[in-house]
Ligand binder design. Sequence first.
Ligand SMILES: NC(=O)c1ccc[n+]([C@@H]2O[C@H](COP(=O)([O-])OP(=O)(O)OC[C@H]3O[C@@H](n4cnc5c(N)ncnc54)[C@H](OP(=O)(O)O)[C@@H]3O)[C@@H](O)[C@H]2O)c1
Length: 314
Amino acid sequence: MRAIQIDAYGDASQLQLKEDAPIPLCGDEDLLVSLVAAGVNPVDWKMRSGAMAQMLNKPFPITLGWDGAGVVIAVGRKVTQFKAGDEVFFYAEFARGGCYAQFVAVAASQAARKPSSLTFATAAAMPTPCQAAWTALIEIAQLQAGQQVLIHGGAGAVGSAAIQLARWRGAEVSTTATAAGLDWVRSLGAQTVIDYREQKFQEQVREMDVVLDTLGGATQEASWATLKRGGLLISTTEPPSQERAASLGLQARFVFTQGRGEVLQSLADLAGSGQLRVQIGQEFALADAALAHRLGESGKAKGKMVLHIDPPHP
Ligand SMILES: NC(=O)c1ccc[n+]([C@@H]2O[C@H](COP(=O)([O-])OP(=O)(O)OC[C@H]3O[C@@H](n4cnc5c(N)ncnc54)[C@H](OP(=O)(O)O)[C@@H]3O)[C@@H](O)[C@H]2O)c1
């Protein structure tokens, strides 16, 4: 099969198109999926660069890509909830990955049915960022109606999903964005919109119940002061200091997204009914994955990047 693989860590030039990569084996609890689209996430270039090598000790060649959507072509003997022909989307287990390819084997427990109203590209754009937002706000924060939440990077993939989930829960949303992102986050329901190039967010909001940090560094550092006593700082990017949180009378958590089919199904239901929108930005052919990585690493990508994958020739 065709696949984009790396044989060594490094820059985007390491992404090589292979024509004869082996089709993955479909385990007893797996789906073998013919991929139609793969989502491109920041974790993909972090993995490619070697920044996550300690965490994920995988032998080369490595097929990148944790988010995908496609058509089931075979199911493992213990799988009862899916059958060949089902249209699915999924987050491939972190140690497994492999969605920059024509086929992927993914645990059935980490997949959900794609709503017919969603394109494969939109479905492939959802798993990692939308699950991260769900884990942070619905599961960790257990956000309630009327609570105040500050969401950093509201125009980004995690941030825009988080705004919509928070509004769905009835929370009051403040968010940071700039330029065209300002209108996008307002259209998603954010009530207080802070242009991060013009204003210091820590001077605009205070007494937050929850802050979702998608940036780390100075943004995380300045976020502590925006929380009310007992408030919760959640980061998707950099584990916040537990000592710091305790000394300030706050709570802090880090999100580690894991593929869970039941969460994806909840997200699919929201997306299928129009309550969760995803902004697709640039779309690339599988062979052009390196262009997608370069654009993503430049910080200039607008909207979610997706790779389109042609089926194999008969
Ligand atoms: N731990 C996990 O399980 C997990 C899961 C998903 C994602 N993540 C991590 O979460 C982070 C965000 O992911 P993503 O997919 O949402 O990335 P993304 O789509 O690239 O979004 C990043 C957003 O941050 C905005 N931004 C940049 N500088 C900013 C600033 N100073 N203040 C406010 N916003 C700013 C960007 O806005 P502009 O467009 O204006 O530049 C962009 O909209 C990444 O580090 C990713 O690796 C972790």
